[in-house]
Design a protein around this ligand. Structure first.
Ligand code: SF4
Ligand code: SF4
Ligand code: SF4
Length: 584
C-alpha cells in the first residue's frame, strides 16, 4: 500500500515525511535534534517533561513534539526565544532539586541530564532551595534505587508497567513529595520485582543501577589463596565494546578474553560451554517428557527474571518449567566439581565470577538451590557494565588489546550456544539437538528462521521425524503473561516454550550498556547485537551443542549421561511458589 506523504516546514526547511510521523521524528529527518527527557521510543511517549516543546504557527502556546503528529502544511519552529526560555526553566527546576554529585555518580559520562546541562551551557544552579531527601534502597541483590537522583520522568514506571506488565514501581504522593516508589514503600526486594532490570535500561540518570559487586572480585583477585575463575555469557561479547565507543554489536570476544587474563583471573572460561550443557540436558528432558507423556509444554528456565516471575505469578504452572539450571549455574557447578577434581584444586578455594548481561543473575546465584556440598555454584555475578569499569580501573586500552582465546579444558563452545543470547536462540539450539537425537542423524537443516527476529511472540510448527511440534518463543514479561494465560486456560497446544524476561532476550538485558533515548530512537540496538550473535553462529565450525568435543569428554569421563544421576544432582534444580509481597 502506498503511504501518504506529508509536507511541512521545520525551522525554514521543507520536509517530506510519512503520514503519522511525529514532529520530533520529522525534525530528526530535517537534521534537527530536539531535546527530550521523558521520551523513550515505544515505551514512554507521554510528553510530560516539556523539554521537546516547539511552536507551531496557528496554534496557541507550545506543542509537545514527541506526541504530536505532523500535518500537511504545518510550519514548526523548534528554537524560538520563548521555546528556549521555557526549556531552560524546566531544566533549571530539575537541576535545583538534583544532587550535584556527578563526580561520584555511576552514570556520569552517560547521563541524559548531564548532557542536557552541557547542551544548555549550565555552569551554575539557577534556583536553590529545599531539596528532596530520601534514603537509597539497596536491599535487593540486583538493583539499587537512589530516589534523590530521580527526575520523575517515569520511564522506569512505563518499562515496568507497560513493557513488562509487572507494576512493581509507580508514582506516589503529590507535588514536592511526588516520587517513584513501591507498594507500602517497601524495598524492591520485598515486592513483585522480578529483577529484570528493564527499569535501569530506561532510566536517563543515576537513580537506578545494578547492585555493584566488583570490589569483592578485586579482593579475590588479589588473594593468592583463591583460585579465581571467570566465565562470560554469550550476549556480553557483542555489547562490551560499546562501553569503549566501539560500534553497537561489535564482536569483541578476543579482546574481552585478553582483558580478563590481564585482570588476573586464573582461568577465563566461556558460559557458552555451559549453554551447550543446558541444551544437552534440556533437549534430553524434552524428549523424555514427549516419550513418557510427561508435562507439556515444557518451558525453558534459563532466564532468572522469568523464573522468579512464574514462581510469583503462575505457581500452578511450575511443573511445566524445565528443571535445568541456567548455563552459568551449570558451568559453575562443573567448575567446582569436574574441573576442581581434574586440576586437583580444593573446590572451597575456587571463586567463580560470572560476567552477565543480566542483573537477575545476581539474585539467581544466591538462591539456596544453587549450591552443591555447601558451596554456591557461582560466587559473584557482575554485569557487562561492571566488567567495563574493571577494565578501565586497570588502565587497559581495551580497543588496542590483541585477541586471545578462552582457556581449556572448558573453553570450547558451539554456534548453537552463541545464539542463546537472543530471543528464539535457546529454542533453535534445542531443536538442532532434539532433531538429531530423535532421528539418529546429523541433519543439515539447522537454521530455524521462524523463531528468529524482533517479534515479542514467535510461533512455529516444526516437523521432526514425521511428528509436528508446536513451539513458541516469547520475550518480555507482558508477552510471557499472554502465553501463560493461553496455557492456563487450556487453549494452547504447544510442546515447547521459550521465555526470556527481557524484550529481545539477553542482548537487551538489564546489565548491558545503557543507550540514551536518542540512540534508541535512531538505531535498532537489539537487532545489531542479535545479528552479531547469529554471525558468530554462522562462522562456527561446530553449530550443534551435542557435537561440542568438551561436552562429549565431560559426559564420558564424569557425568556419564545427559539426564543421568550426577547430571541431575549438579545441573538441575527445583522451584518454589513465592509470595509477591513481603508486607509486614
Ligand atoms: S544523575 Fe547525572 S546529573 Fe545527576 S549526579 Fe549523576 S551524572 Fe550527575
Ligand atoms: S527490575 Fe523489572 S520488575 Fe523490577 S522494578 Fe525494574 S522493571 Fe520492574
Ligand atoms: S527512577 Fe529514573 S526512570 Fe524512573 S522516574 Fe526516576 S529518573 Fe525517571
Amino acid at each position: 500500500m502506498k503511504e501518504n506523504m506529508i509536507t511541512l516546514t521545520i525551522d525554514g526547511i521543507e520536509t517530506k515525511v510519512k503520514e503519522g510521523t511525529t514532529i520530533l521524528e520529522a525534525a530528526k529527518i530535517a537534521g534537527i535534534d530536539i531535546p527530550t527527557l521523558c521520551f523513550l521510543k515505544d515505551i514512554n511517549e507521554v510528553g510530560d517533561c516539556r523539554m521537546c516543546i516547539v511552536e507551531v504557527e496557528g496554534r496557541r502556546g507550545f506543542t509537545t513534539s514527541c506526541i504530536t503528529k505532523v500535518e500537511e502544511g504545518m510550519i514548526v519552529h523548534t528554537q524560538t526565544p520563548a521555546v528556549n526560555e521555557s526549556r531552560e526553566v524546566m531544566l533549571d527546576l530539575i537541576l535545583s532539586n538534583h544532587p550535584q554529585d556527578c563526580l561520584t555518580c555511576v552514570r556520569s559520562g552517560n547521563c541524559e541530564l548531564q548532557n542536557l546541562a552541557k547542551k544548555f551551557n549550565k555552569t551554575e544552579i539557577e534556583f536553590t532551595g529545599v531539596r528532596y531527601k530520601k534514603a537509597k534502597d539497596d536491599l535487593s541483590p540486583s538493583i539499587v534505587r537512589d530516589p534523590e537522583k530521580c527526575i520523575l520522568c517515569r520511564r522506569c514506571v512505563a518499562a515496568c508497567k507497560k513493557v513488562q506488565k509487572i507494576g512493581a514501581i509507580d508514582t506516589v504522593n503529590r507535588g514536592f513529595e511526588s516520587c517513584i516508589s513501591t507498594v507500602g514503600n517497601l524495598s524492591l526486594n520485598d515486592v513483585n520485582c522480578t529483577n529484570c532490570g528493564q527499569c535501569i535500561q530506561a532510566c536517563p540518570v543515576g537513580a537506578l543501577y545494578e547492585k555493584p559487586t566488583t570490589n569483592e572480585v578485586w579482593k579475590k583477585l588479589r588473594d593468592p589463596e583463591t583460585y579465581v575463575v571467570v566465565q562470560t555469557a554469550p550476549a556480553v561479547r557483542v555489547a562490551l565494546g560499546e562501553e569503549f565507543n566501539m560500534p553497537i554489536g561489535t564482536n569483541v570476544t578476543g579482546k574481552m578474553v585478553t582483558a580478563l587474563k590481564r585482570l588476573g583471573f586464573d582461568k577465563v572460561f566461556d558460559t557458552n560451554t555451559g549453554a551447550d550443557f543446558t541444551i544437552m540436558e534440556e533437549a534430553t528432558e524434552f524428549i523424555t517428557r514427549v516419550t513418557s507423556k510427561g508435562t507439556l509444554p515444557m518451558i525453558t528456565s534459563c532466564s532468572p527474571g522469568w523464573v522468579k516471575y512464574i514462581e510469583m505469578n503462575y505457581p500452578e504452572l511450575l511443573p511445566h518449567l524445565s528443571t535445568c539450571k541456567s548455563p552459568h549455574q551449570m558451568f559453575g557447578a562443573l567448575v567446582k566439581t569436574y574441573f576442581a577434581q581434574k586440576e586437583g584444586i580444593d573446590p572451597s578455594k575456587i571463586y567463580v565470577v560470572s560476567v552477565m548481561p543480566c542483573i537477575a543473575k545476581k539474585f539467581e546465584r544466591q538462591r539456596d538451590e544453587m549450591q552443591n556440598n555447601g558451596l554456591y555454584d557461582v560466587d559473584n555475578v557482575i554485569t557487562t557494565r561492571e566488567l567495563a569499569k574493571m577494565i578501565k580501573q586497570a588502565n587497559l586500552e581495551f580497543t588496542e588489546l590483541e585477541d586471545s582465546t578462552f582457556d581449556n579444558p572448558m573453553g570450547e563452545a558451539t554456534g548453537a550456544a552463541a545464539i542463546f543470547g537472543t530471543t528464539g536462540g535457546v529454542m533453535e539450539a534445542a531443536l538442532r539437538t532434539a532433531q538429531d537425537i530423535l532421528t539418529g542423524k546429523d541433519l543439515e537443516k539447522i537454521d530455524f528462521e521462524q523463531v528468529r527476529g524482533a517479534n515479542g511472540i514467535k510461533k512455529a510448527t516444526v516437523n521432526v521425524n514425521g511428528k509436528d511440534f508446536k513451539v513458541v518463543a516469547a520475550s518480555g514479561l507482558a508477552n510471557a503473561q499472554e502465553i501463560m494465560e493461553e496455557i492456563k486456560s487450556g487453549k494452547a497446544d504447544y510442546d515447547f516454550v521459550e521465555i526470556m524476561a527481557c524484550p529481545g532476550g539477553c542482548v537487551m538485558g538489564g546489565g548491558q550498556p545503557i543507550k540514551s533515548s536518542k540512540i534508541r530512537r535512531e538505531v535498532d540496538v537489539r537487532a545489531l547485537r542479535a545479528n552479531a550473535l547469529y554471525s558468530i553462529d554462522e562462522k562456527s565450525t561446530i553449530r550443534k551443542s551435542h557435537q561440542n568435543p568438551i561436552l562429549k569428554q565431560i559426559y564420558k569421563d564424569y557425568l556419564k549421561e545427559p539426564g543421568g544421576e550426577l547430571a541431575h544432582k549438579l545441573l538441575h534444580t527445583h522451584y518454589t511458589a513465592r509470595n509477591k509481597y513481603n508486607l509486614k
